[in-house]
Design a binder for this molecule. Structure first.
Ligand code: UDP
Length: 511
């Protein structure tokens, strides 16, 4: 495929008022795209790779995908970035000042990123979090048709497009890439360990650790590149005895699809997971290029949050250094009302200062205030409760001394970057496996509880152990070392930068 470099057009979404928006009648939403502006290319002598990037429509996937787009664009790529209408709707609603063009500021930095949106098959206002299975069913059965139509449209516009970078959890990218003669790059936003567990799910099934009525309870020791892992540390879906759910179908189909990809890019660091990565590299073109953060850790030119960010810097500025526990369960996981009560009462009992992020749907979209009665008044002098924040800014604040986390992979990378020890409370999916890496392998955190049922006394005890306990220094030293590993990896001669260069070289050879 040839790349003609002359004047390129930049795609901006066509904007129309939503007559049927279920939330805010005045809200503006994106319909199918239209071309409205143009961008001049600086250099028409060199081949400029053009990639379409389609992130999985969840916060934890959107964030690294946006930063990957910026990273590749700064390496000379042209990027067409595709959000779902729903992600666009929520992001622009959360950032009213940004307006409708989330990537509007990008051309100012000289990068070539065009932006467009597609439907995921469900109405924009549909509550995806509350109706997880229906959402997954749409992604499994319907989304591919919209994605294929969009790729066809971009290719038909006459531009040379070379590759499709799509989240590994999609079930269709290799087929779509093949149809349009594109190189398929699978983008994995979780650790390599989690990737390899899914990749070897047939082996887990064959050995009786997954998808059989009497699951084995002994350690798994046959996955290439993984010494041993206990069944409780497998991804939640791989701990199940029945694999017929819609999510299991997604996992089966997406990993079959990924096995046909040309490259896998992973938001991890070679040195953190070297055995696992080496074993994978014997089978597939797997590149660890993380942590994928913006150049300036706390700020980015592109809005990514799906909820508006409540300010808390002024409050944090008034707290002593290292005295505040930051508590967040990420963007999608739900906590049971019972566990939330124990955690809130445990925080109260601990007497530690805190920032507690509680999404409005943390228990369920139908239970708006699940905190214990009187909690907010009781702790008003030492804590704040907010629905969403700029997490990276909070973690980077000197007042923060610990992070009670659900163990989302982005949260872990961000916490290591800021050298904040972790108190782990995994809820589902990869979070159990991520906890193992944090607590058992890297020793940069402790468990919130070692039992299934948590109590406020245990929560309080472990909060104090994390913030002021004897092992605190050990954890801090380990996390300092890990931060250095991350920093080194993204330095010009570091493994992630070298891996990215290798990937680009091989990609260019292919196109
Ligand atoms: N995040 C944020 N503000 C919050 C909570 C989370 O900006 O109040 C961001 C966080 O920095 C991270 C992402 O949302 O980049 C959550 O991703 P993660 O993988 O940690 O968890 P997930 O939401 O996917 O379960």
């Amino acid at each position: 495929m040839h790349c003609q470099l002359s004047t390129f057009s930049i795609r901006l979404p066509e904007v129309s008022p939503s007559p049927s928006s279920p939330h805010t009648p005045s809200t503006i939403y994106i319909s199918l795209p239209a071309i409205t502006a143009s961008l001049k290319m600086a250099d028409n002598k060199h081949k400029k790779p053009h990639a379409i990037i389609i992130p999985y429509p969840l916060q934890g996937h959107v964030n690294p995908a946006v930063h990957l787009a910026l990273k590749l664009a700064s390496q000379g790529f042209t990027i067409t970035f595709v959000h779902t209408d729903s992600i666009h709707y929520h992001t622009s609603k959360a950032h009213p000042n940004t307006g409708l063009e989330l990537f509007a500021k990008v051309p100012e930095s000289g990068l070539d990123i065009r932006y467009t949106t597609i439907s995921d098959g469900l109405p924009v206002g549909f509550d995806r979090s509350l109706n997880h299975d229906q959402f997954c069913a749409a992604l499994l059965h319907v989304f591919s048709a919209h994605a294929e139509e969009k790729v066809a449209e971009i290719v038909a516009s006459g531009e040379d497009v070379h590759c499709l970078i799509a989240d590994t959890f999609f079930v269709w990218p290799s087929k779509v890439a093949k149809k349009f003669g594109l190189v398929h790059v699978s983008f994995w936003t979780e650790p390599a360990l989690v990737f390899t567990l899914y990749y070897h799910m047939d082996l887990l099934r064959l050995n009786g650790h997954f998808d059989c009525p009497d699951r084995r309870e002994d350690a798994v020791n046959y996955i290439p590149g993984v010494k041993t892992i206990q069944p409780k540390d497998l991804v939640s879906y791989l701990q199940e005895t029945d694999a017929t759910s819609v999510c299991h179908q997604i996992h089966k189909n997406c990993f079959n699809d990924t096995k046909n990809s040309d490259f896998v890019l992973c938001n991890t660091v070679q040195e953190l997971e070297s055995d696992t990565i080496s074993a994978l590299q014997a089978k597939i073109q797997f590149y660890a290029i993380g942590p994928i953060f913006p150049n300036d850790f706390c700020t980015t030119v592109v809005a990514t949050s799906l909820w508006s960010e409540s300010p808390c810097t002024q409050w944090l500025d008034k707290q002593p250094i290292g005295s505040v526990l930051y508590v967040s369960f990420g963007s999608y996981a739900h906590v049971t009302e019972k566990d939330l009560l124990e955690i809130a009462n445990g925080i109260s009992l601990s007497k530690v200062n805190f920032v507690l992020v509680l999404r409005p749907d943390i228990v369920s979209s139908e239970d708006a205030d699940p905190l214990p009665v009187g909690f907010k008044e009781e702790v008003a002098d030492r804590g704040i409760v907010i629905p969403w924040c700029r997490q990276k800014e909070v973690l980077a604040h000197p007042a923060i001394g610990g992070f009670l986390t659900h163990c989302g992979w982005n949260s872990i990378l961000e916490s290591v970057w800021c050298q904040i020890p972790l108190l782990c409370f995994p809820l589902y999916t990869d979070q159990f496996t991520n906890r193992k890496l944090v607590v058992d392998d890297w020793k940069i955190g402790i468990n919130l509880s070692d039992k299934k049922v948590i109590t406020k006394e245990e929560v309080s005890y472990n909060i104090n152990r994390l913030m002021y306990g004897e092992s605190e220094d050990e954890i801090k030293n380990r996390i300092k070392e890990l931060k250095k590993t991350l920093e080194d990896a993204v330095s010009p001669s570091g493994s992630s930068e070298q891996n990215l260069s290798q990937f680009i070289k091989k990609l260019m050879a292919k196109i």
